[in-house]
Design a protein around this ligand. Structure first.
Ligand code: ADP
Ligand code: MG
Length: 310
């Protein structure tokens, strides 16, 4: 069984009778990088503030490695490292002094651990320089180092690439992926830019107007984008049975059932005849085959409805 690092269960947030977060549920697995993406004002920061106990949950619960942030706060928060809003740093102190200062609040932090996190975020060369002279990207990475000091199970980053130039963004992306692997930490990273998040995440959750409207597997979509594989929607008499036949027909097919009579598939155009033959030979009626838009970008814009050209 995969361990669940973070779980949101039917989380809602109301402020002055306005429902800001509406019944949001999702899970993040251990070691996974999860993108939390949506336009500005969608509710990302509000959701994250509830995850780290900065804001009360109106309804539902958030569990971190099984511990409720509401009823088991101190146990739960021990498992969390987070940057929400800008990390507080002393500009007149060096990066190392800043970390040491922070480490005093984290019992049991060793000198070795400080060196380890500095290495992890690639700040070794500049760690003895004053933070005042750091670029925004370097400051963000120092913030990540600080959040990692106590070896959390989950790292929560709210728009860590905001305001960075493309090379700064790229650096943050690379460090996030490596540290997920090296530290076996799960990462949830929010952004209003899909193109940004796609490059570093295993899965993404899309939020709009306070509702989670989709959770997508980025790997699957990458597969669709980087080849001549496209997505096709097939209407059949029985989607479950059809899926079973197609799963055993060809391993390279990606098949999922959307409802009782709709199959979603990812395949090459040349595979369509074999797929249809297989279905018809097994007495499954086929009513329609339709090419769907393939890329995650298209889907995202479909989902949030912002592909309006003005
Ligand atoms: N303290 C608050 N009081 C009232 N409304 C708020 C408060 N915090 C956030 N909101 C509203 O909640 C919505 C979601 O905001 P936010 O979570 O900051 O979105 P995001 O981080 O996705 O840009 C916005 O419409 C915002 O105006
Ligand atoms: Mg925000």
């Amino acid at each position: 069984m995969t361990e669940i690092a973070l779980e949101l269960k039917n989380v809602s947030k109301r402020i002055k009778n306005k429902e800001i977060i509406k019944d949001v549920s999702f899970q993040i697995k251990q070691g996974e990088v999860f993108g939390f993406v949506g336009p500005n004002g969608a509710g990302k920061t509000t959701t994250i503030r509830m995850m780290v106990g900065l804001m009360k949950i109106t309804e539902g619960d958030i569990r971190i490695v099984g511990k409720s942030i509401q009823t088991d706060y101190s146990e739960a928060i021990r498992e969390v490292g987070a940057i929400v809003e800008n990390p507080e740093m002393y500009p007149f102190l060096t990066g190392r002094k800043n970390l040491e200062q922070f480490a005093r609040m984290v019992p049991g932090t060793t000198k070795e651990r400080i060196e380890e996190v500095v290495q992890l975020v690639g700040l070794k060369k500049v760690i003895n320089d004053r933070v005042g002279g750091y670029s925004l990207g370097m400051r963000q990475r120092l913030g990540i180092a600080q959040a990692l000091l106590h070896k959390p199970s989950i790292l929560i980053l709210d728009e860590p690439t905001n305001g960075l130039d493309p090379s700064g963004m790229k650096e943050i992306r690379q460090y996030i992926r490596t540290l997920a692997e090296k530290e076996n930490v799960s990462v949830i990273v929010s952004s209003h830019l899909l193109s940004e998040i796609e490059l570093m995440c295993d899965r993404i959750g899309v939020i709009k107007n306070g509702s989670l409207i989709a959770v997508e597997d980025v790997e699957k979509n990458r597969k669709i984008e980087d080849s001549d594989i496209s997505e096709y929607i097939i209407s059949v008499s029985n989607a479950e049975t059809a899926k079973a036949h197609l799963d055993s027909l060809d391993e390279s097919l990606f098949v999922e059932t959307a409802d009782e009579t709709i199959l979603k598939t990812a395949m090459k155009r040349e595979q369509i005849p074999a797929v249809l033959k297989e279905l018809l030979n097994n007495n499954i009626n086929v009513y329609e085959v339709q090419a769907a838009k393939g890329t995650l970008e298209d889907k995202f814009f479909d989902l949030i409805g912002e592909n309006v050209i003005e």
